[in-house]
Design a protein around this ligand. Sequence first.
Ligand SMILES: *Cc1c(COP(=O)(O)O)cnc(C)c1O
Length: 403
Amino acid sequence: MKSMIMSLAGGREILSIPGPTTVPDRVLSAMHRPAVDIYSGPLVDLTDHCLAELRGLFAVGDGRAYIYAANGHGAWEAALSNVLSRGDRILVLESGRFAAGWGQMAGDLGVEVTTLAGDWRRAVDPAAVEDALRKDTEHRIKAILVVQVDTASGVVNDIPAIAAARAAAGHPALLMADCIASLACMPFDMAAWDVDVAVSGSQKGLMTPPGLGFVAARGRAFEAHGRADLRTRYWDWTERDGPEHYQKYCGTPPEHLLFGLTEALVMLREEGLDAVHARHRLLAGMVHAAVDGWSVPDGISCNVIDPAHRSPSVTTVLLPPGIDPETVRGAASRTCGVVLGSGIGALDGKGFRIAHMGHCNAGATLGVLGAVETALALVGIDHTPGGVQAAVRHLQEVTAKAG
Ligand SMILES: *Cc1c(COP(=O)(O)O)cnc(C)c1O
């Protein structure tokens, strides 16, 4: 007789992909309302409120923030086009796929791209950055592009250390940071770290549907903006700095996404940013404990070798050669209703990704890890059982310490 239980995937699906992330019911509800006037009234105040909150999240000091009806790629183009000119040289710091992708976009715009080759399993080495900048004696490099978290490799880069490397080299290049997979997941302090331009998006740590791109800029970024010849009307900061609300979005504001974002910002305030960061650190610790627990030599393992280089928001898991990661993702989805991220870029077909960013808690994370361990056994992938237990132990230890 056929088993009655074909699948345990009913009930609410648990989405564990690194963007878009789970949108809280409160955010969804906040969006479910009629459209409002875009020229006057509450929406104008709402824009001011969102911009002020974003300035705080980026910690941009006396700099400015911009909201685009765009995804992260749009925010990338916004950042590049506002401060660079055709023929400028930039230095891209590789630690996975995303800084390189941002650099390619700059190349398409007519910027000359130099890449500091890196390793998909390690963070950018600040000493190598300092060395590369010292060699640029004529200061031809106008900007440095780096991601705080590379969502493909699962690497977290030490942005203040990279800024310190630039300072040590006495180099005037702008430092431009992609915080799309890290803002509201871990500390970011643009003014204190002396980052000139930063970008983020709505659909990861900010728990809002995809469609909003954010850029923050300060100090020398505006000097570069004055000279930049890549500026176009849609992205141009100067157009958006004017008093007219309509121009702040270069057209109709993405109202409903703004309603959702506002609620997400309330949720972040209620929890407190430090607590939000601590939660991400704890959930990441649980995932890392599980993957290290499953790990076998030349088999399943964490892509990022040094625990200090592992992102608090996403973990990339490598599988042994010859195993199709889709079998694991398929089993987790069919059997448990858990959707894992696939490997992308150089890790396409080599592993899968577990997101622990945004609206997630220890219960969901344990559920995801339980689904992975179930799938590993179902697919027959060599692993050490007990990863979930290691995650539970990590959770117990950290919460016991916290009292
Ligand atoms: C998701 C992501 C992007 C791209 O964002 P989209 O909204 O998909 O365009 C860029 N950089 C990083 C680090 C990301 O995680």
